[in-house]
Write a protein that binds this ligand. Sequence first.
Ligand SMILES: Nc1ncnc2c1ncn2[C@@H]1O[C@H](COP(=O)(O)OP(=O)(O)OP(=O)(O)O)[C@@H](O)[C@H]1O
Length: 259
Amino acid sequence: MSEKINENKEAIYEVRNLNLWYGKDSALKNINIDIMKNEVTAIIGPSGCGKSTFIKTLNRMVENIPSVKVEGEILYHGKNIFDKDLRVEELRTKVGMVFQKPNPFPKSIMENVVYGPRIHGLTDKKLLMEITETSLRSAALWDEVKDRLNDNAYGLSGGQQQRLCIARALAVQPDVILMDEPTSALDPIATYKIEELLDSLKKEYTISIVTHSMQQAARISDRTAFFLLGEMIEYGNTKSLFTTPMDKRTEDYITGRFG
Ligand SMILES: Nc1ncnc2c1ncn2[C@@H]1O[C@H](COP(=O)(O)OP(=O)(O)OP(=O)(O)O)[C@@H](O)[C@H]1O
């Protein structure tokens, strides 16, 4: 069940009849969802309902698992990402990902940020420095690290490491950032900083975030999708979904009756 999407908004993704299996086990069942540009979309639902699987289909990362079989269409800017002529590396440059646990490389702060641009062949020192500063500023980390860019990233706190991973994702100029429970390993202050950051990032980027916290979904997202047992039960404006859910199962979940 999903409410009518605001016609003036542009959908970055149009997911149509998406089904996914791990071997014989069905993990996503006929998902249909439009993900809107410059919004934060939260994916919520109980453990094992397919949230991570779903966001990992959006940059085709889920296909790294050999047993995975996918059917259906995911239009990204109108083009099906499963088309044979689509270059997966290009898609993953435009659609970055941030994981549950901060995963910086054992390198300096700056080398973490410029990792992607370097892989794309950029060697100009001035340009790499510019990218470092811009990305760290966008990730609200610059002021905290500007005097120690050559220090190892492992010396940063968990929250700083997560913002570094966001900076690393931003450095290759994506337009979508997928986040899989990005604050679940962080304390409340670090969580608050990331939530604040998401609000500013959505001016330039489209963000899709998996979260176990309904409070977090309610605080930071424009739209929320509720998943249950591989199905998308309800999708709509976050405020409406949390105050007047259309489906009894959504109501049961958000009022803590199961999950
Ligand atoms: N690599 C895999 N191989 C086989 N089955 C998998 C694999 N990854 C996930 N699954 C199964 O697919 C279903 C959906 O898992 P998924 O991780 O997407 O759920 P989730 O909602 O993100 O869960 P959680 O909130 O616990 O992280 C589960 O039944 C899970 O056991």
